[in-house]
Design a protein around this ligand. Structure first.
Ligand SMILES: *[C@@H]1O[C@H](CO)[C@@H](O)[C@H](O)[C@H]1NC(C)=O
Length: 506
């Protein structure tokens, strides 16, 4: 029992006090109850005004046709209500009541922007269904849904709204079917197509009405790499606002989900392959992505090996880059696509309404990675002078911010390998190179100097530890055994071995 109530009951004045509170509460609940009743009546009037057995609708049913056929009476009623609502024949007050929480959060102005917006969701599976559902519930009134696929039984573990009755119908139709029953005023444009270069201009073009509004946001919730990269490239080239969801497969840790730039999204299968291909097309940053930096580990789900018959079919392509996920059965925990999808919807809602966004952890981390990169550059310059003796001006270090992020977050779990301290981290070579730490190519004006550094050379430490390490191991040429205990050395060596296997995947 809460202390307020127990204090009140033990208070000698309780009866009086209780009566006062209760009568106030009774009056309030009467008023609220009345308002609720009135609202309920208005909703049921609205629903009842729709004839239950409309012969015209039944005729339409049996012929099918271009309008998706209503599949049962409930659908028929929902569709009719939706047709009316979309013509504007729907109580505006009811809409505002349904969106009341959003309205007070986003202000009238923000909600207005959201209600006028047009959003395209490409990929309507586990991730996209949650995004679309959340946008519809939040007030977005024009949704174009693009997906060529159908709802399968096995997708029900992660879909936002699909029911057993939806298995076998198209994913886009399933979403419309369920979402008009939630927000009948939302206008849907269903495109059951695969998006590629030829159809992109049409599928990503303006909404077809007198206003011809361009999309306020495009959501990439595609799980196929070729299609994904194609869409992102098209949006990038045409300055269309897009956000991309990376893979939720094999993930289980919600605290590792991040909204950041494609340039720093770390290495999970889909994100690495997507980033690599975008890089080949000259895009290294400028696209917001939702990703997880969770690493696979012992006992965790992994991508199942391909069945032999899939190999025999031959069209599997480059396995390392996983060009076609769908050939393999990807383990997906039902909760993860939902969290990815809702994170995407959240970003889009904030962006459209102009609500302040400050993804601090990722931003703070970006600055940290830049700092670490600068430290490595300085450290490599010093080391090259030490090992080579020559001029190190223009020395290039072959390490991207993404590499830094990967090593610090993934391999070293954001902690010093020496003491486990999680702050002021840098990366430093573990061993003093045997020969020169720099290779020099060319001569004179065309000279290129590149450090020999590899991912599997670097250890994460605090800056203080690293400075001491440089002094003793690099300058002092002390053996590691003189500086560290055996357990530390073994731990670090094991991590460096692991880094090697990642390096081979690049
Ligand atoms: C919305 O997103 C676009 C594209 O990512 C970006 O250019 C713009 O600055 C964002 N606007 C706000 C208000 O966050």
């Amino acid at each position: 029992m809460s202390s307020f109530i127990s204090d009140t009951i033990s208070n000698p004045r309780f009866p009086l006090f209780a009566t006062a509170v209760l009568s106030g509460a009774t009056a309030a609940s009467l008023i609220l109850g009345y308002q609720a009743l009135e609202r309920e009546e208005r909703v049921s009037n609205l629903k009842n005004s729709i004839p239950r057995d409309d012969p015209a609708l039944q005729r339409l049913n049996s012929f099918g046709g271009s309008i998706p056929a209503p599949l049962d009476k409930e659908d028929a009623r929902n569709q009719q209500l939706a047709r009316r609502a979309q013509r504007g024949d729907f109580d505006e007050e009811l809409i505002l009541e349904q969106l009341a929480r959003n309205r007070v959060f986003l202000t009238d102005d923000g909600l207005e922007k959201l209600r006028n917006s047009f959003v395209i969701v490409v990929g309507c599976g586990g991730v996209g269904s949650h995004t679309a559902a959340s946008l519809a519930r939040s007030g977005v009134s024009k949704l174009r849904l693009i997906d060529f696929d159908q709802v399968t039984l096995s997708s029900l573990n992660r879909h936002a709204v699909a029911t057993l009755a939806d298995v076998g119908i198209s994913k886009v139709q399933c979403l419309q079917r369920r979402l008009i029953a939630i927000a009948p005023w939302v206008k849907f444009d269903l495109q059951q197509e695969k998006i590629d270069g030829h159809v992109a201009p049409r599928l990503l073009g303006p909404w077809e009405d007198e206003d011809g509004r361009a999309p306020d946001f495009i959501i990439d919730a595609i799980d196929n790499i070729e299609t994904k990269v194609g869409l992102l490239k098209y949006c990038y080239d045409n300055d269309l606002p897009v956000i991309s969801s990376m893979g939720a497969g094999c993930k289980s840790d919600p605290t590792r989900i991040i909204v950041g730039d494609i340039g720093t999204s770390t290495d999970d299968g889909l994100s690495r392959a997507t980033r690599r291909r975008l890089k080949l097309k000259g895009i290294t940053s400028g696209i917001p992505v939702v990703y997880s930096n969770e690493k696979t580990g012992e006992g965790k789900a992994e991508l199942l090996p391909l069945a032999d018959e899939e190999f025999q079919k031959g069209d599997v392509g480059d396995l390392a880059a996983m060009p076609d996920f769908r050939v393999r059965i990807l383990p997906v925990l039902g909760t993860m696509p939902a969290i990815f999808g809702l994170t995407v919807a959240n970003h889009v809602i904030l962006n459209i309404t102009g609500y302040p966004v400050d993804y601090l952890p990722a931003k703070g981390r970006d600055r940290m990675y830049d700092g670490i990169q600068a430290f490595i550059q300085g450290s490599e310059d010093k080391l090259a002078r030490l090992t080579d003796g020559g001029d190190t001006v223009g020395l290039k270090v072959p390490l991207t911010v993404g590499d830094v992020a990967f090593l610090v977050e993934e391999l070293y779990n954001g902690r010093s390998a020496i003491t486990g301290i999680p702050t002021k981290l840098v990366l430093v070579r573990w061993r003093r190179p045997k020969g020169s730490s720099m290779t020099v190519l060319g001569e004179g004006k065309d000279v290129q100097k590149c450090s020999t550094l590899r991912l599997s050379d670097l250890v994460c430490m605090t800056k203080e530890e690293a400075v001491r390490h440089e002094k003793e191991v690099f300058k002092g040429k002390k053996s590691l055994k003189k500086v560290y205990d055996t357990a530390t050395i073994e731990k670090v060596e094991a991590l460096l071995e692991e880094a090697k296997t990642y390096e081979e995947l690049r």
